[in-house]
Design a protein around this ligand. Structure first.
Ligand code: ATP
Length: 588
């Protein structure tokens, strides 16, 4: 990308943030109290756009895939995050300025000012060395940061559940845990059969060290996540349906190589040559088509594989969907192979079972070492600990049959060794028939950030041109996501025109379209207002409409500003067909 392009897109971002505030897309929250870093409110346009994006995600990743959607609480108790590893491992690197006291993400300071592209993956001492070597300075006040300690900072927001502080809770840092902890119940709804998927769209919270770039890095944001539970030995994705999808990939091997490049390929070819794991490949293919339909510019979109040090504590492989904004690549979504990590952890830490029963094709006969201890011996000998002795003997028999080969067997009870005569243990090797085994499913996770996608859709749709000698700004939003689909205007202030326009508004709303009515200012200004929020069509009611027998209105298309006269009678049906993608304006 050239410097000119970078300058142009940076200007786009500045203009976009200004437009977003002025027109009600998004703005910093609690402005009346000075605003608070990392929290944004979506205004009327933004909330509608975000809602449309979420609906589109639900249609594609829940409904069309046959997955189940849930809605779990955003606060969860501490043991959940002990098990998930977030309490210990969900950290960013923090460096504090010795002069102004401002905190910064040390890896971002390094990435912004050196050639390092992935400082997140570096060990802390190395980050400290790089800061010293390059004499990096505080982005806020310019004071030197060399010699400052880099520390880890846990990103979770802590709270207390109920009065007092004996029951700590955390605002979830990802929606995923709400799905994992309910697995024992969710598997029942899936009739105990793999594979199955569970989705959730909801808020997540991260106490980011330095929130920045408006809604791209905030402290409260919306995620749309799918956890797809598979049997890694038998389940396979429907690769055929995405094999021909063209993708730009930036694998770790290319990133590690000097002069390494992005690769243009197809999902099918990338699986065949081993670049992509089949399950991740499937979701990269589905998501590529979905992003394109939403209006993300595919010339500024790629999938980048995480480098080894960059991966989260739970992931064995991860690819990010990235979009180019202002000359930088930002992460829109992560596609991770979380393996058996999460369910194994919850199985270990909780009282429930996070496994699924895998039925064998044919029942298997296996030899099992069992014990049937003589309680008339163990009772008097061990008293209340006799039950623990039985457990120990059962474990030992399963683990090491040879321990029972002598006259007595040794067991360990709370650090003390005890000898028990083998004849009192009832040890035997029996043949048993087993129908299957309990396995911990693996998880494939596409994890989407909704806010960053909303920002990208707006950024990639931002246009400036000239109409009738006047400069115009417009958003070339796809009809599927545009907050308003059609604006309806009476040409001028007139009772008859206004009545007819209001009737048309009612008709269009009854057809399920999102409509705005505007009668203030001259017609050119009203068009500009709708162009600026990305409304695809405007309908103008003029005197020809009310005087003519075959009543018609002017319909104007946003991008070309082309106008056509259409009968009022089929207006709702025609516009609804365009909204549904069954008809185009050109065909009218
Ligand atoms: P980053 O590296 O940018 O901090 P991440 O790798 O930690 O992001 P994930 O844990 O993979 O992010 O979360 C999934 C998605 O949630 C991201 O792709 C992103 O779209 C979104 N997301 C994560 N953190 C934030 C944030 N602070 N603000 C807005 N969206 C976020």
């Amino acid at each position: 990308m050239s410097d000119d392009d970078t300058a142009e897109t940076a200007a786009t971002s500045e203009n976009l943030v200004e437009l977003a505030k002025r027109r009600g897309y998004f703005f910093q929250s609690s402005g009346a109290y000075g605003g608070v870093g990392g929290f944004y409110t979506f205004g009327p346009q933004g909330a509608a756009l975000k809602g449309n994006v979420e609906d589109a995600w639900r249609d594609r990743f829940a409904v069309a895939e046959g997955n189940m959607e849930i809605d779990a609480p955003t606060i969860m108790p501490e043991p959940v995050f002990e098990a998930s590893g977030h309490l210990d491992g969900f950290d960013d690197m923090l460096v504090e300025c010795p002069e102004c006291g401002e905190s910064h993400r040390a890896d971002h300071v390094v990435e912004d000012e050196t050639e390092y592209e992935d400082a997140e993956g570096l060990p802390i001492p190395e980050v400290e060395e790089v800061i010293a070597k390059y004499e990096l300075v505080c982005p806020s006040c310019g004071a030197g940061l060399a010699g400052q300690a880099v520390e880890t900072f846990n990103l979770m927001f802590e709270t207390n559940i109920g009065p007092g502080d004996s029951d700590p809770g955390y605002l979830r840092p990802e929606t995923a845990q709400g799905i994992f902890v309910e697995f024992p119940r969710l598997k029942e709804y899936a009739r105990n059969q793999l594979p199955f998927g569970v989705t959730q769209i909801g808020r997540a919270y991260r106490n980011e060290i330095s929130p920045r770039r408006s809604i791209i890095r905030t402290r409260e944001f919306t995620q749309a996540e799918l956890e797809y539970f598979i049997d890694p030995e038998t389940d396979e994705p429907d690769l055929e349906s995405v094999a021909d999808v063209e993708v730009t990939l930036y694998p770790a091997s290319e990133q590690n190589e000097e002069g390494g490049e992005e690769i243009e390929t197809t999902i099918g070819a990338a699986v065949e040559d081993g670049t992509l794991d089949p399950w991740i490949a499937y979701y990269l293919g589905v998501a590529r088509e979905w992003y394109a339909a939403l209006g993300v510019d595919m010339d500024r979109f790629r999938y980048r594989q995480h480098l080894a040090g960059e991966r989260s504590h739970y992931a064995s492989d991860c690819w990010d969907a990235e979009a180019e904004l202002d000359g930088n690549w930002i992460e829109l979504a992560g596609f991770s192979d979380r393996g058996a990590y999460d369910l194994s952890k919850h199985d270990e830490y909780s009282d429930d079972r996070f496994t699924i029963f895998r039925q064998y094709d044919e029942p298997k006969t296996v030899e099992r070492a069992v014990v049937d201890p003589d309680m008339s011996y163990l009772g008097p000998e061990f008293g209340g600990a006799a039950g623990d002795v039985v457990d120990e003997l059962e474990d030992l028999a399963a683990r090491d049959r040879s321990a029972f080969e002598g006259d007595s067997v040794e067991i360990d009870l709370e650090g003390e060794t005890h000898e028990i005569p083998v004849e009192k243990t009832g040890f035997a090797v029996e043949e048993q028939t087993e129908a299957g085994e309990h396995i911990v499913p693996h998880v494939i996770e596409p994890s989407f950030g909704v806010d960053r996608l909303v920002y990208t859709v707006l950024h990639h749709a931002y246009r400036e041109d000239e109409v009738d000698g006047e400069e115009r700004t417009y958003l070339e939003l796809e009809p599927e996501v545009a907050p308003t689909f059609v604006g309806v205007f009476p040409l001028q202030s007139d009772d008859a025109l206004e009545t007819e326009a209001n009737e048309i508004v009612d008709d269009l709303r009854a057809a399920g379209l999102s409509v705005t009515y505007d009668d203030s200012g001259n017609i050119g200004r009203r068009y500009r207002r709708q162009d600026e929020v990305g409304t695809p069509f405007c309908v103008t009611v003029d005197f020809e409409t009310i005087e003519n027998e075959a009543t018609t209105v002017t319909v104007r298309e946003r991008d070309t500003t082309e106008q056509k006269r259409l009968p009022v009678e089929d207006l709702a049906e025609t516009l609804a067909a365009i909204r549904a993608g069954d008809l185009s304006f050109d065909e009218l």
